[in-house]
Design a protein around this ligand. Sequence first.
Ligand code: 6PG
Length: 484
Amino acid sequence: MEKKADIGLIGLAVMGENLVLNMESKGFSVAVFNRSTNKVDSFVNGRGKGKNIIGTRSLEELVGSLKSPRKVMLMVKAGKPVDDFIELLIPHLDKGDIIIDGGNTHFPDTNRRTAYLESKGLLYIGTGVSGGEEGALLGPSIMPGGSKTAWPFVKDIFQSIAAKVDDGTPCCDWVGENGAGHFVKMVHNGIEYGDMQLICEAYQVMNDLLEMSADEMHEVFKEWNKGELDSYLIEITRDILGFKDDDGKPMVDKILDTAGQKGTGKWTGVTALDLGVPLTLIGESVFSRCLSAQKDERVVASKILTGPKPSFTGDKKQMIEDLRKALLASKIVSYAQGYVLMRAAAEEFGWHLNNGGIALMWRGGCIIRSVFLGKIKEAFDKNPELNNLLLDDYFKAKIMDADASWRRVVAAATVNGIPVPALSSALSYFDGYRCKRLPANLLQAQRDYFGAHTYERIDKPRGEFFHTNWTGRGGTTASTTYNV
Ligand code: 6PG
């Protein structure tokens, strides 16, 4: 009898190909299919040559070459192509077979698809896969969610190919029901946007205010990567700053300052708005990319609107250390906000998210991997119900230690006209979060003044609403008190 494969994979683009090679290297046999079948041939006869990989030329052939229950992983473009392949696969599958979507899918689609496939007796997994090309080949971070009964059938494959932390624990575990895996991957990407924006702001302060060369900055990032900021994104920034173009000049200086985005950061921000969670740092990071994309308009505005000319007279070494601490403190705020969003989503969608487990999944393999995530894992191990990371002793101490530096950086950038939206919004969130009385009393008065929207009083129990006839002209009828 012909030997059957452990798993099938559809979509031989960069991530798909590398995942197949990773699975095969861990002892799993993989059947592959691609819409343009010449890609199957070139892969099987190229990077896949001599390996335990079966090339197939139709979905029927792919499904027919799999062990039962069949596991078919889609590594195709998120959106319609996933729905299309699901429809094409269904007629070939039997009850209990599993479809896996490993793309950057928007989690509501995964919620919908899980329910749809379960209604047909099939199982569905929507999984985040992070780490880019190299991660896919050597060990990505994998965040699966969906039909829980499917997990035991894919666990061994996923955990074998995933990155491992120092003690060998895989950066992959079951995340939760229906779209939970893709939700957690979306938040990962939002945090990725935040980390990148923070690094870029530190870079701009070093460049514009401290007038440092790319080589000098390269040295700073090299140092930063040895300490508590040790992370993949700091490491690649170090390397980017040291990279020279053919003429020996820094490559980074030649790149147009307009950021692209594929949408996962925006989804994170929109979800936060939907759930009423102040996810300010990621929001600012998405908007910063949008502002950067308005290049032509900025060039025109730069000739019309003037501001201070950056000039620095203080202790440069101290400022660099201030920047390091400001970056760390802001990063703590960003992750704190991301975790608050995950908690709100878990409540809204009935997921049982394991906060420490998520930190462990992100600890290695993915784009935001860092030493820092080990500390988050420790914080949630100590207190799984922790409301906000800022309240954990370790992070509180780090923020307290960074406080003066953080304020000096935001102040210096502001005085010198250098935009630092992520660093400064993080500081504002911190100041707002620790503020016992915010000016929302006045805001409530304004709402009541113009729209009779009512307010609660500090000298009355919560839940009792009052309306004042502020002008003497209004009536006593209050509007309803619903809140979104
Ligand atoms: C990862 C990344 C990846 C993401 C890219 C591009 O975890 O490997 O998050 O999934 O798609 O980083 O994202 P943007 O184009 O939106 O920057």
